[in-house]
Design a protein around this ligand. Sequence first.
Ligand code: 13P
Ligand code: SF4
Length: 300
Amino acid sequence: MNLVEKIQELKRKRNAVILAHNYQLPEVQDIADYVGDSLGLSIQAAATPADVIVFCGVHFMAETAKILSPAKTVLLPEEKAGCPMADMITAEELKTLKAQHPGAAVLCYVNTSAAVKAECDLCCTSANAVRMVQDVLKDEQEIIFVPDRYLASYVASQTGRNLILWNGFCPTHARILPENIAEAKERHPGAEVMVHPECTPELIRLADKVASTEGMCRYAGESKNMEFIVATERGILHRMEKENPGKKFHAASKFAICPNMKYTTLEKVLWSLEDMVHEIVVPEDIADRARRCIERMLAA
Ligand code: 13P
Ligand code: SF4
């Protein structure tokens, strides 16, 4: 039996589902039951009838799955797979910020720890952040948005709202520079430019389309254009190429690689199912408080 067959067999035996983020290695995406963005993965995690969720992504995503499905076993094949942006704010730091702005509503990007989510009123992903501010928080006088200052500035530009920011950012998206787009456009003059809202405002200004990773995949399929420059983590190109034979996709920067997303290999997925590791545990009181802000997002 080869590695993939072993994974499939064990998956059946454990009644497990494999969820993978769009930035995962191609071979990991190919064995997953569902590949998607943070919002889609949260929805899948909440809805799955499986007993075990193998989460091929990073820690905050697996934690979100556990919070939404506390009775299930959630496994992260590589325990080192974290998100540097999520680590840029702690619950203590958020409490201090809240104390400086009493009365402000607190919106957190899903790229945060459970302890941070437990301090928040509402959660969002890059796919629905604008809508959360525009609709759900429309009557709020003041809104704190943590931790991504670039996503916050994109949301502010789309909603006209002044948000109270935190100085977090994604080191992978920040590495994509305006000159990378200029060079790519020179090489591929007819290509459309898709940019993730975790990128800097200077980059977003150069976009034909700003979207979450799922939104980018959808747009790649819908657009009549045959060529695209993709300003997000390069792993997404695998899915775009697979779903759109004949269309061409170019990574905006060769440096746009998230090392944490690449820790998960097929071997680690197998070991994870064999040894039931690494199990995600979220203390009940934190999970209960964090669940409120995630479920409020999913219900909106
Ligand atoms: P989405 O897949 O939700 O667009 O998020 C991108 C990302 O950087 C996840 O860590
Ligand atoms: Fe975190 Fe950026 Fe990696 Fe996404 S791509 S997991 S935001 S460091």
